[in-house]
Design a protein around this ligand. Structure first.
Ligand code: HEM
Length: 172
């Protein structure tokens, strides 16, 4: 009988953490050349691009590099960076469009399965970022976890299943 192949995580499939580091380097170069987004990112730290790459690869079930960098408060730190920024749908859309352009440019896998998972997370994550950016206080508590985004789907509407942040990693 043919042996079943182990299914790689989306992060592994994409080429691992280094693929996401390449992606965000190309992406933030575009962001800084973009009239709409440049004012928002003008003062970002030199490590920002790496941190976002590590967050994304951890979400896509890669190594927990972002959690190791920030410890127990990793998610709170990430959410906190968006609080009070008053991002708009226009910002969100441009951010997402430039990220997808960058994905094509660096040759991130373009198979339907990987791209639907990746786009799905970005669509969800950018919308959450816009929502959080309207708040003046960080709502993150000990019950919240960095989401884990596999090959599956979002399990139902927010009102029914609760926030993805509140589910334990093995419940995703
Ligand atoms: C899936 C969507 C998103 C993810 C995964 C994400 C991830 C992150 C992470 C990990 C940080 C913290 C970086 C650090 O630790 O230093 C951060 C900060 C930030 N993000 Fe996002 N973000 C998303 C969407 C957005 C969008 C749509 C915008 C605006 C258009 C945005 C604007 C910012 C800004 C302004 C900061 C602070 C930059 C600084 O001054 O250091 N984010 N984001």
């Amino acid at each position: 009988m043919q042996e079943l192949q182990k299914i790689p995580s989306p992060c592994e499939w994409a080429g691992g953490v280094s693929a996401f580091e390449k992606l965000t380097d190309v992406f933030y170069a575009k962001v800084l050349n973009d009239d709409l987004l440049e004012p928002i990112f003008r003062h970002m730290s030199p490590e920002h691009s790496r941190h976002v790459a590590h967050f994304l690869s951890e979400v896509l079930k890669g190594p927990k590099v972002y959690s190791e960098e920030y410890g127990e408060d990793a998610l709170k730190h990430m959410v906190g960076k968006h609080i009070g920024k008053h991002l708009t749908e226009q910002h969100r859309k441009r951010w997402s469009d430039l990220l997808m352009l960058s994905a094509d440019e660096i040759g991130l896998p373009d198979d339907p399965e990987f791209r639907s998972t990746f786009v799905g997370h970005i669509e969800w994550g950018t919308r959450v970022a816009v929502i959080n950016s309207q708040l003046s206080e960080n709502p993150t508590t000990d019950r919240h976890h960095i989401p884990q985004w596999g090959w599956g789907e979002v399990k139902g509407p927010f009102e029914v299943v609760g926030s993805l942040f509140e589910r334990k990693p093995d419940e995703n």
